[in-house]
Design a protein around this ligand. Sequence first.
Ligand code: BES
Ligand code: ZN
Length: 621
Amino acid sequence: MSLFRPLLALALCGALLSACHGPALRLARTSPIPMDEHSYAEPNRVRVRHLHLNLTLDFEARRAEGAVRLELVRDDPNAALALDTHALEILSVTGSSGGARLFHLAPPDPVKGSALLIQLQPKDSAVTVRYRTTEGAQAMQWLAPEQTAGGRHPFLFTQGQSILTRSWIPLQDSPGVRVTYEAEIRAPRALTPVMSAEQLGRGEDGAWRFRMPQAIPPYLIALACGELEFREISNRSGVWAEPNVVQAARDELVDTEVMIQHAEALFGPYRWGRYDLIVLPPSFPFGGMENPRLTFATPTILAGDKSLVGLVAHELAHSWSGNLVTNATWRDFWLNEGFTVYFEQRIMEQLYGLERTEMEKQLARAELEREMAELEPWQQVLHVELGARHPDDAFSHVPYEKGALFLRRLEQLVGRDAFDQFLRGWFDGHAFRSVTTADFLAYLERELLASHPDAAKALDLQRWLREPGLPSDAPRVQSTLLAAVDAQIERWKAGTPPAQLDTRGWVTQQWLRLLEALPHELTTEQLTALDRAFGFTASGNSEISCVWLVRAVRADYAPANPRLQSFLMNVGRRKLLKPIYAELAKTPQGLRRAHEIYAQARSRYHAVSTGTLDKLLGWKS
Ligand code: BES
Ligand code: ZN
């Protein structure tokens, strides 16, 4: 502690200095980086602008070890460098002007982790931190061979969003602090590392090299490593996956190039060079993650009929909304996801037509309304008040669907042409920048509402952005294809047996509607008849399996038990696990069963999923 006293004094005196010279300092940059409650960094004083990562992956010890060199912009020459870390072991710090630097790793906060404070010498333009990750590295999931499709080699992937990058790289882990990066990764011979960057290949020294020359928020730095093969889709797009998955993945995702072309026609050129995807093992906790140049995806989208590729449109859309123009803090998360859902639906409409997107919009709104009924008021707000809470506590359909509904309402008020022009201007005018809700509102007033006074009058911005619930002017969609499903449900209610319902040509979204719109309580006989007619238990479609298994649990439908067990053991995607475990947890014997399965399955899930499920199941390890 005595070592640290001079550092604290330094930090304090820097704070005073910047208070006195605030305006002058601020002049140095066009606009200050907004305060982020989820980071210890003080980027307006010392900012990391580039990092050079040098890591060796040790699959036996399940850790990465090496160093990161952080290049700095020092607006306040007296300030210490403040970094974010979580469960990292810091081995040493050196300054670019030579020699070791004094550092202090503060005690951990459960949400934010530990601040790493580094005393800088006047001539330091960079520091190098040597470190290793620990078992607590929440971003990383190290998979045993049996958790992969091939079953022969281990696998590693990282998931940085929202505040997990700090658990595998010490840096300023705030989406307002954009960085470029380079990396050198050493991995066992049989494995191929890939990153959210340009892949420069394997050097003679055995290290794989990567380069991301465009400034990105730290949550988009990502790494995966396993037995991987690549298949081309077009000259700028392709798929990575394990050898025995890669062909099926390529077939399912073959429309990706056309999606890129539609996206470009809507909102301007794709600015990242290549757009590749990697299909990960099934423990990946999300459907997809928009890591730049390389979307990470769950294998549960490989339904065999392209019915779930809306996810690709979504992650691709993030190449504009999210990666190019980024939420500056996690309070502004709706700027990433609401814009992306809106954009995703526009791409899907171009590619597969209005009928399909109308189904998807109607299903999404129904899910939003169902979920919102159970959320606390603060969670229902777009510009969310997080305070000291973890960004994940606000994760729901609200930033996604309510955000998209808000943009569709704007489109409705000013017309599609004006709205498209406005959005294109937003992306072009803020490219490679991080923005707040206030930035968006200012731009909206200036570039759209000022020239559309009627729209301005009709719109209650306060209601949309800062109040809970769904405003009454939220656009509503009536899908004819889903209405056809509802008509069949009426026939079923009137006594027609399932096998005699007219379900010819039904697509996934219609089956999902059927399963959501059937009465809440079904008898075992009813489930048996439905299963016999439509084969739900045997379905290979992950979304259908999820809703079906929820119903099976509710009615204690025993024939689905083996499928339930294998689903929970093999799928790690939080969105699909949560409803099933939640349904099990509703009764005492269900909860017991959930605990039995969870005890076996938990070590196969990523920290993102166990974080949610531990709470849901009252699990104490
Ligand atoms: N960026 C998100 C995933 C995410 C959000 C990770 C917040 C961590 C914190 C990604 O783009 C996403 O939204 N994925 C969705 C799929 C999409 C089609 C709605 C998912 O994983 O389900
Ligand atoms: Zn998203």
